[in-house]
Design a protein around this ligand. Structure first.
Ligand code: ADP
Ligand code: MG
Length: 255
């Protein structure tokens, strides 16, 4: 860990109509570190990830990644929204892995991984292909390059989704419950890939209910409830000696 801040979330507010889903979220993620976000269903975890990626507009507060404001530019003390094209460029630096994989069904595994590098980064096809084959080997799917997503198990599809996210060489990888849609026997193979990335120093924010994974891999565990960060700290502090009753109540249900 270098100690520099890769993701900086300050005072984030987000409402949907009258429902205030994020009520002032602050979160700093150090470069090369793994942050695991825990919290009950409806506490705002997915909205937080989507806000970091600017898939949601913010009502108040800001997100910056590697020092760059996401979705806005500052001028004369005011924030102005960036054009969609600029936001898309910023998003190429932010990998997102969804609960339901979201692979392109009509593309092969290899094409799923090369699509964004070719179309968004204008990489030469041969180069994108070589990189994709390396990434597929890294997630243990070198032999599946030419098949279609429907021919794969859920765990394999999620590993392709991770390879696809890595192909853009993101500054940060966001995972939204990456194993929640998987049969129990397939969870381990996906967590193993994420652990491997953690060891290689990839900056990650992982929303998950896998407490064992949090304990083993997280540098920081963040507990969210009702749109705020209730507490955060190293896994042994938050998981074994939580300071807040709401954290204790949540952990007693999931442990
Ligand atoms: P979590 O991921 O922690 O389960 P979410 O961030 O998905 O929580 O949702 C938090 C709350 O915001 C929930 O009550 C959810 O119904 C609501 N919500 C999320 N997205 C929308 C939306 N696009 N429109 C309206 N309500 C939403
Ligand atoms: Mg969610």
């Amino acid at each position: 860990m270098t100690g520099t801040t890769m993701v900086d979330v300050r005072g984030l507010h987000k409402s949907f109509g009258k429902l205030e889903v994020l009520r002032g979220v602050d979160l700093q993620v150090a470069a090369g570190s793994v942050t695991v976000v825990l919290g009950p269903s409806g506490s705002g975890k997915s909205t937080l990830l989507r806000a970091i990626n600017h898939l949601e507009k913010l009502d108040r507060g800001y997100v910056s990644i590697d020092g760059e404001l996401i979705g806005y530019r500052r001028s004369g003390g005011k924030l102005y929204e960036l054009k969609e094209r600029e936001v898309l460029r910023q998003r190429t630096h932010i990998g997102f892995v969804f609960q339901n994989f979201n692979l392109f069904p009509h593309l092969t595994v290899l094409e799923n991984v090369t699509e964004a590098p070719i179309s968004a980064l204008r990489r030469p096809k041969a180069q994108a292909r070589a990189q994709a084959l390396d990434l597929l080997a890294r997630v243990g799917l070198a032999d599946k390059a030419e098949v279609y997503p429907r021919q794969l198990s859920g765990g394999q599809q999620q590993r392709v989704a991770i390879a696809r996210a890595l192909a853009l060489e993101p500054k940060v990888l966001l995972f939204d419950e990456p194993t929640s849609a998987l049969d129990p026997e397939l969870v381990g193979e996906v967590l193993d890939v994420i652990k491997d990335l953690a060891r290689s120093g990839t900056t990650m924010i992982v929303v998950t209910h896998e407490i064992g994974f949090a304990r083993e891999v997280a540098d920081t565990v963040v507990f969210m409830d009702d749109g705020v960060v209730v507490e955060q700290g190293p896994p042994n502090a938050v998981l074994d000696a939580p300071r807040h009753e709401r954290t204790r109540a949540f952990l007693s249900k999931v442990l």
